[in-house]
Each structure stands twice: as structure tokens, then as C-alpha cells.
Write a protein that binds this ligand. Structure first.
Ligand code: NI
Length: 205
């Protein structure tokens, strides 16, 4: 085989191989670190439309929550550490705000829709706050919502089909009454700190 023929053969092989690889592997999800960088440095817009089902079985979109500040949190009910702590802080922050807290709608969007059915969410969310809404949906609908918020989540290696953990980023997103992004709270933010940040936004007419 001449050098030219070899080069041509390699080129043909590459041209054939690359699209085949793309077809079989969906676009690789960005790492938790890459997505954290996007959020920390405001590199991309945060938030966007979603179409999910709430813990009472009603179809819900982001547009249903216009007019209130939103605290949006992605997690799953089987999470033993970070999720319950952050959800507890969200509930406590709303209680600290008293009457003004009614201007805030907290949303818990599951990253484990296979197990977190509306029924399961209904048994979970009231432990944290009476106004907390749990949202689930198809795997695709949840992935699209999470992508808008630059949320990382991935089933942890190991475990079984029904008993597994989900790695996920754990930021609390503060969204404005028109759905636009205002700020985020890192994991472990105290209820006092959340209330302090929320107060001036709630005081606006
Ligand atoms: Ni969690």
C-alpha cells in the first residue's frame, strides 16, 4: 500500500468512525466541576422552562409560579445527608420571614424520578414546609429542567436497580417573580442567611 493510499484509507476510516461514535454515545454530560464553574462565574444563563408533575399529581410548568420568588432545589428523597439539611433550612428560612415568607414558593425537583413518584414526594415534602412543592416527571423532562439550572446529577456507581445513590449538585436557586435568575445559595447555607438575602427582594413592590 502506498503512503497516499494508506493516508486515504485512514481518512475514510476516520470519516466513517466519528459519526458512528457520535450516534452511539449521547453528548457527554458536563462534570460537576464544570457546571459549578458555570454557576460561580455566571458564564451561562440559569433557569428556564420546565413541564413536570407536582406531588399532588397536577401537571405544572414554571409559568404556574410567576408572581412569587422561587427557591428551587434539585435532589431526591433517598438522599440521607445534603438534601434533608438544605430543605430543612429552606423551611426554617420561610418561617423566619413570617407573613412575608408567603411571597416565596419553594420547589423541590427530584433528580431520581424513577423512584420519586408524586406519591413518594407527597409523603416527603410536608416534613420540611407546608408550602414546599415536590416535582417529578419523565427522565427526559427532569433532565431538561436540570440542564436549564446547570445541575449535575448522575446515578452513583454500584448499588442495584432499586437500591442506589444519586450524585448531585446541591445549590438552592433564587428566582425572581418573573422567572429570571437572581442568586444561588451554596449547600449548607443557614436559614438565617437565606432569610437575610430574601428580605430585601420581598420588600420590593
Ligand atoms: Ni441530596
Amino acid at each position: 500500500m502506498s503512503a497516499q493510499t494508506l493516508a486515504l484509507a485512514l481518512l475514510v476510516a476516520l470519516v466513517l468512525a466519528v459519526p458512528a461514535a457520535w450516534a452511539h454515545d449521547p453528548p457527554r454530560q458536563r462534570s460537576a466541576a464544570q457546571l459549578m464553574d458555570v454557576l460561580m462565574w455566571n458564564r451561562e444563563p440559569i433557569g428556564g422552562p420546565f413541564a413536570l408533575v407536582d406531588h399532588q399529581g397536577r401537571r405544572r410548568t414554571d409559568a404556574d409560579y410567576r408572581g412569587k420568588l422561587l427557591l428551587v432545589y434539585f435532589g431526591f428523597t433517598g438522599c440521607v445527608d445534603v438534601c434533608p439539611t438544605d430543605l430543612l433550612h429552606i423551611g426554617q428560612a420561610l418561617d423566619k420571614l413570617g407573613e412575608a415568607g408567603k411571597g416565596v414558593q419553594p420547589l423541590f425537583i427530584t433528580v431520581d424520578p424513577a423512584r420519586d413518584t408524586p406519591r413518594r414526594l407527597a409523603a416527603y415534602v410536608p416534613s420540611f414546609h407546608p408550602t414546599l412543592v415536590g416535582l417529578s416527571g419523565s427522565a427526559g423532562a427532569v433532565r431538561r429542567a436540570a440542564d436549564h439550572y446547570r445541575v449535575y446529577f448522575r446515578k452513583s456507581p454500584g448499588g442495584s436497580a432499586t437500591d442506589y445513590d444519586v450524585d448531585h449538585s446541591a445549590y438552592v436557586y433564587l428566582m425572581d417573580r418573573d422567572g429570571s435568575y437572581l442568586d444561588f445559595f451554596p449547600p449548607g447555607t443557614s436559614a438565617d442567611r437565606m432569610a437575610e438575602v430574601l428580605r430585601p427582594f420581598l420588600a420590593r413592590p
